[in-house]
Design a protein around this ligand. Sequence first.
Ligand code: ARG
Length: 566
Amino acid sequence: MLNDYKQIIASKISVPLPQSEVEDMIVAVSDDSLGDFAFPCFKLARLMHMSPVAIAEKLANEVQTDEHIVKVQAVNGYLNFFVNRVELMWDVISDVFASRGSYGNSDMGAGKTICIDYSSVNICKSFHIGHLSTTAIGSALYKIYTALGYNVVGINHLGDYGTQFGKMITAFKLWGDRELAEREGVKELQRLYVKFHQEEPNHPELTEQARAWFVKIERGDPEAQELFEFFKRVTLAEVMQIYARLNVKFDSWNGESFFNDKMDAPLALLRKKGLIVESQGAQVVDLQPYGMPPCLLVKSDGSSLYATRDIAAAIWRKNEYNFDKCLYVVAYQQNLHFKQFFKVLELAGFDWAKDLVHVAFGMVSLEDGSMSTRKGNVVLLKDVIDKAVSKAREIISAKNPDLKDKDEVAEQVGVGAVLFSALENSRIKDIVFSYDRVLNFDGETSPYIQYTCARCNSILDKAGDYKSSAVSGDYRALDNPETLRLVKLIGAFPQAVKDAASKYEPSIISALLIDIAQAFNRFYIAHRVISDNIAEQNARLQVVEATATVLKRGLELLGIEAPYKM
Ligand code: ARG
């Protein structure tokens, strides 16, 4: 839609630049009273030996208006275009109705594969609020890239390897109980782990036992293997329940331990390339020339590290999926780790190392003080979701006591509010989570978007025999600032989906949905939708329907459901 206008406008401007370049330079004007699109003349000043202001004025006199472009104006070095706004709104709404549930989709990713490593939970550790952002952002990117036609591979790179599992087995054999662990889940495993660390200072033999069990895990000892599988089952049973509630899916669960037998070849290659040096018994890649500490690959006792596994994993993924890009949605605390192993792969001669992207994000803490993982008193994601859902239920019951399916709606609103809190701001920002804020139905929140969407549905329901689908009605009734604003924002959605993908920033969609919801509420206050003039009413109802369609689709891409009624 937008691109059609850019094309029409570019064809009317004759300047010493290729038309495609002119098209790319055209921007949308945010103040509707100044125009709809603008062509900045600054870049031309050198080429044309004139000031931008003079160029804009010259062009304003030259450009021919017609039924599509109704007015041209020079404004401070910009050439501003007023389009036929009735036609523009007609175009946007036709677009929405032509694609509906797939509005914003495209085939730009056809034939391309994107791997997204996200959520990547740790076995025997609780699913705490620190895992919210990676899960929410990764899952949203998964849906966004899918909508753009990419083949997407969602990977949960499980944290299922390390010396801590030797400690876990030792603790479990001394103090553990299978039934209790089945019943209590990760909480019980965590209790044992904490106990191990409490006892260890007074019982040095524990350290030895843990080391021995770790060696057994590495050697594939059946008992160690069985216990480890048990821990994994207990952890994943819990994690799966959360994924189901958050509507999060994965195509691969190959985590760190999957690469146990896949590190020799990469290490041999790095050795052959002369990249590995000995340092105090350990094997490292020196990264000093790149301003980084060495990348540790093999410890002096011969065991591998997080980075070793990530190097093996990246190579395996390239061979298995032949990705065009591989994203790692991981907190910024791991910036150095990713920079290091990306560099090692680049030095090893893998030209695709440039296609590895660390999609970093900030920290989440709760309003009532941040969490401490060391002491084991973590804030569980499940508890946060449960609390948000129960608060949502209270609000809904107060607002709409007669609502049916209150539990289902409360779940959709509560879960949505939690997800949205991780998706609303540019991802690198730290988040302070507040129940009252994320559940404020009048704030810039997901309940606000959901509520607006439900309001649209109820307007359409009340409109009696309104039949949607074909664009019809008297669109002249829409020629006012509130409606124009709203429809332009709806028209901006497809580009926002693309930008969200290219910048790995679902918040671009979140922000647009908030803008659309706010614009809708202004439109609704300013204009009576239901009227005696059926042709005008139809046109307004179509705006309402288009709003509901785009809000629902946008929420869906963020992993959030839109209840029909609220
Ligand atoms: N399990 C890790 C953690 O919780 C995240 C793993 C991220 N993915 C990766 N390929 N390193 O910190």
